[in-house]
Design a protein around this ligand. Sequence first.
Ligand code: ARG
Length: 475
Amino acid sequence: MSESKKTSSDSAKKAQTNQSWGGRFNEPVNEFVARFTASVSFDQRLFEQDIKGSIAHATMLAKVGVLSESEKKSIIDGLNEIGTEIRVGDFEWSQQLEDVHMNIESALTARIGDVGKKLHTGRSRNDQVATDIRLWLRDQIDEISILLTGLQKGVTRLALAEHDTIMPGFTHLQTAQPVTFGHHLLAWNEMLERDFGRLLDCRKRLNQSPLGAAALAGTTYPIDRVFTANQLGFDRPSKNSLDSVSDRDFAIEFCAFASLLTMHMSRMSEELILWASAQFQFIDLPDRFCTGSSIMPQKKNPDVPELVRGKTGRVTGHLISLLTLMKSQPLAYNKDNQEDKEPLFDTVDTVQDCLRAFADMVPAIKSNKEKMYAAAKSGFSTATDLADYLVRNGIAFRDAHEIVGKAVAYGIEKNKDLSEMTLKELNVFSSQIAADVFEVLTLEGSVCSRNHIGGTAPDQVKAAAERALENLASR
Ligand code: ARG
C-alpha cells in the first residue's frame, strides 16, 4: 500500500470518530456503541445549564487572562445564539456527538470558528456535567418547594375550616377514639413539613460548584473557582476535585426526599380513596378528579389519588437505581454516572405532577360531616373516655379497663352506644358512675377534653392551623 493511500484511508476513518476525542483512535466507533454510549437524547434537557456554565467558565478564563476579551465575547455571543436556536427548536442534535456538552461545543466552533475550541480550556466534561446537573436540580428544587408550600397551604386551610368536624380516629383501621377532621389534616401537614425540611437540606448540600475540578485532578491554568461559583449562584467551590466529579449524593438525597414525599402522598391517597368509597362516604371528591366505568354506570373512581399512590413505586425505584448505580464505584468519574439522569429526571417530573394534582384536589375536598359523626359514634370510640372518667373517680386504670370492656360487650349485644345507655344501665358495671359521665361520653366532650399542645380539641386544632398558616406565609 502506498504511503499516500494509507493516509487518506486513515483520515476517512478518523472523520467518523468523534471529533472531540477521536485523536488517538484508528477506527470509527461501531454504530451500536455510538448509540449505546450516547446520552444526548435525554441530557439535552440540561442545555440551559450547560450554556450558563460555559458562559461563567469563559468569563472566568478572560478574567484570569487565558482568553482575550474579544475571544470571550465571541464565545458568549455564540453560546447565546445557540441557546436561542435550541429554545425555538431549530437546533439539530447529533447522536454522533454523544451528549449535550459536545453538541453545543461543536455547534459553537461551527458558528464562531477555531476560537470555539478554546472554551474547553481548563475544563472537562466531568466537572461540566457535575455542574450542569446541580444547577438543573437546584432550579427544580425551587419549583418543588413552591408547589409543596402550595399544597401545605391547601391542607392547612382545610384543617382550619374543619377544626371542629368530628370523625373517628383509627388504629389498625378500627375505630379508636374520636378526633377532628382538622386534626387529621394537620397530621398530613406535619409529614409534608418534614419533607420540606429535607428538601431544603438537600439544596444546601447540593449548592457547591464542581467547576474547576476538570477531569479529576484540577487544572494547570490559573483558574478562579470562587468567581465561577459566584457567577452560578453556588455558595462556594467544592473542596476536593476527585469527589467533585464523582459525587452524586445530591441526586440520591433528592430521590430520598422524593421517596418519602410520595410515600406520604400515597398514604394520603389511600385515605382519600377509602373516605370517598360507598362504605365510608366521609368525603366527596369533585368529578374532575375521578372517572367513570365503561361497564358499571354507578361508579365514580378516584383515579387521581389512585395514580398518585401508584406513582410512589417508580420514585422509590429510582432511589434504589441511583443507590445501586453508585455502589462500589471507584473514584473518580466513571461512565456509569451517565445513568444518573433518567431516574433523576423522572423523579422530578413525577413529584411535580403529583404535587400539582394534590394541590388542585385538596382544597376541593367536601367533607360529609353527618357520615363522619355517625361513624365516630358507632364504634364505641368514647370507651377510653369512660375508663379515664372512672380513674378520676378513684378506680385503678386496669380495673376501669375491665369495667368498660363489659359495658362495651353489653352495648354490642343491645346495639347501643355508651352514650345511649341510661345511668341505671351503666351503674350495673360500676357504682362510681354518676350523671356527669355523659359530658365525657359524647363525641364533643371526648374531643374537647384532649386540650393540650398536639391534642385534638377543636380550640387546639384551630390554634395549630393558624400557627401553621403563619409559618407557611413566612416562607
Ligand atoms: N455524558 C456524560 C455523562 O452524562 C458526560 C461526561 C462524560 N465524561 C467522560 N469522561 N466520558 O456523564
